[in-house]
Design a protein around this ligand. Sequence first.
Ligand code: WAQ
Ligand code: MG
Length: 232
Amino acid sequence: MSLYSVKMRASAGGRHTSGAERIVTVAQLPATTQALTNRALSHPNGVPDFLNVSVTEIIGDIVQVPALEVVEVASQSVAETHTYLQQFFADHKLNPLALELLFSVTGLRGAMLIDARTGANLSPDPDRGVRVSAMDHADSAAAESKQYFAEAMALAAKVAAHPNILAELCISDDPAYTTGYIAFEGTYYRLRNCKAPGEKLGTRVFLYDGPAAEVAETIDYLENTPVLVMPR
Ligand code: WAQ
Ligand code: MG
């Protein structure tokens, strides 16, 4: 059975407002493209003046990766979430520069890819970042429920499956959505209260821990390899 990679991206005045990735069957294409169009048009980041929904048949193999285990972090405030992350970084000897970037950078379409040791930015186009694409849950009911969580789980599982990625940090750029996560060693730590409601802050940071010679192929995997996330 053929599968299709569906990508949506929208912008207003050149600023990214909304994007999404699905992998679906031909029977699901009309509903999927319509749902993504509706989403772009009603996004809290603004009404787009540019909207692109593309459909590409996937030729060749689709890589299957396991879903991450989910741990809900009980944080009651933004300050508690900061403290939790600082402690997490100290416990696991992660570079605190990644945390500074998480809480300061915003407005990228993709993720910052940084060297886990030096903090150097490895993205070929730092203003765009690395855009993870061509992934979905194998089970489309999982993909369609709880949109933010399901999409983040699919993206995080694809990213985490690459041996050169040590960790991922994420805060939603949706002003109303204050939950984020850190993905590390097969676990998705779900973080409430990453920011105050109404804040525009939102970004992703990938910590790269692999040979310099493999940066380009790692980015190629993140951007182009079709991946289905298998239920645990
Ligand atoms: N690839 C790389 N980076 C991306 C991608 C992508 N496909 N999509 C978004 N980003 C980056 C970009 O810098 C955005 O500004 C930032 O991540 C946030 O994107 O309940 O909604 O789509 O457990 O706003 C996580 C928590 C929600 C879910 C994540 O991200 C939960 C979210 P958003
Ligand atoms: Mg968003």
